[in-house]
Design a protein around this ligand. Structure first.
Ligand SMILES: Nc1ncnc2c1ncn2[C@@H]1O[C@H](COP(=O)(O)OP(=O)(O)OP(=O)(O)O)[C@@H](O)[C@H]1O
Ligand SMILES: [Mg+2]
Length: 359
């Protein structure tokens, strides 16, 4: 039996399985219903880990002849701040369509085609993807500059008329067209969060968490909203600094918190000014708000609120409940509240309106 060619990075030791989601993605892949699968959701929610887990499942089940992992991310956030990943050294980093072609060709052992001029190279890549069963992962598309990202998406979307190959894209932003398969990834539920904490603690022998009351673990879950990156950061920070859980949870949501910057800064500055004002205005709310309350709080007009909401939803900055009311994820709320506080006059005005609205 021939071996499946791949360049997958190794999986983290601890992976809390999101069985339902994993099964759904695997089913979509195995039925070849869509050539392009998009996993999207806020920063640190676990898109890359899920894509990697699914890729290993595909490897095990021999769904493909080759699996090619590419990513635009070359750094990660740990308890001691940002650090470089090994991705660049491993030639997995892709920032342009040409990088993508080169990585595909390299992993498939077609080194001679790397020197071809662009059109011929593209034709060769398309041929390879059409005549072989190949899984291509493009991870962290959100880190690729807009124009290059658009070129990559266009290639994936239109240039590959194939039944055999599949692409998985991960992104902080919703990029699916109608008819494409997109899964929104949200925070872990409370059981999964606690399992992640217990397993991670056991892994490194961190007895404070191993022996902690469930109440403490629940407090970490609620503060982080089940975002694995934030949970791991809190645990790492507690272990290194030997500070109490409540001190570390304070640090998590303070100004210039690494986690908040990492998860939100880019998305926040990518939306319109009105969208930022809506986000700030909603941040002190204890309960979900409807659009007329947002109009009142922000002083914007109805259509401006609609536009702002349309801007925020696909950036995973805003959540909509079943009744069509809006709320924020706990970490987004913390980030937006700090932004509101920087906007002194607006903050005063917004808080005054909250008092009179009693929301
Ligand atoms: N299901 C999971 N079980 C255990 N750990 C997880 C899980 N999902 C994510 N993590 C951990 O949380 C951290 C962030 O996860 P990951 O990089 O997959 O998130 P992401 O959504 O891709 O983030 P970004 O938006 O920055 O790309 C990583 O350290 C990862 O190992
Ligand atoms: Mg990622």
């Amino acid at each position: 039996m021939s071996k499946i060619t791949h360049n997958l990075p190794s999986e983290d030791m601890v992976f809390v399985n999101r069985q339902h989601l994993v099964n759904e993605v695997l089913e979509t892949i195995s039925h070849h219903r869509f050539w392009m699968i998009i996993l999207w959701g806020m920063g640190g929610v676990g898109k890359t880990s899920l894509a990697l887990h699914v890729s290993y499942q595909c490897l095990q089940r021999k769904y493909f002849d080759a699996i090619i992992w590419t990513t635009a991310k070359s750094y990660e956030l740990g308890a001691r701040g940002f650090k470089q990943t090994y991705e660049r050294k491993q030639d997995r980093v892709v920032l342009t369509l040409n990088d993508l072609f080169n990585t595909i060709l390299r992993v498939l052992g077609e080194h001679q085609s790397i020197r071809l001029e662009t059109n011929k190279k593209q034709a060769r890549v398309v041929e390879l993807l059409s005549t072989n069963k190949i899984l291509v992962i493009i991870d962290n598309l959100d880190m690729i500059p807009d124009q290059q990202a658009a070129e990559i998406v266009k290639f994936v979307r239109y240039s590959i008329p194939t039944q055999s190959s599949t692409a998985i894209l991960t992104s902080r932003y919703e990029i699916a067209n109608r008819g494409e398969y997109a899964f929104e990834i949200t925070g872990l539920d409370i059981q999964a969060s606690i399992e992640l904490m217990r397993q991670s603690a056991r892994q490194v022998g961190f007895d404070v968490i191993m022996n902690a009351d469930t109440q403490i673990l629940e407090a970490i879950h609620y503060a982080t909203g089940g975002i694995p990156l934030a949970i791991k950061w809190v645990l790492g920070r507690m272990r290194r600094s030997k500070r109490s859980v409540y001190d570390v949870l304070d640090e998590l949501v303070k100004n210039e918190s690494d986690v908040l910057e990492y998860c939100f800064k880019q998305a926040y500055w990518n939306v319109s000014r009105d969208a930022r004002l809506v986000l700030q205005a909603i941040s002190p709310a204890e309960k979900p708000l409807d659009s007329s309350q947002l109009t009142n709080l922000t002083g914007l007009r109805d259509y401006q609120i609609l536009d702002a909401v349309e801007d925020l939803l696909p950036m995973s900055l805003l959540e909509k409940d079943k009744l069509g009311r809006f709320k924020l994820h706990p970490l987004t709320k913390a980030f937006a509240r700090l932004e509101l506080a920087k906007n002194v006059d607006y903050e005063r005005e917004v808080l005054r309106k909250y008092n009179s609205m009693t929301v």
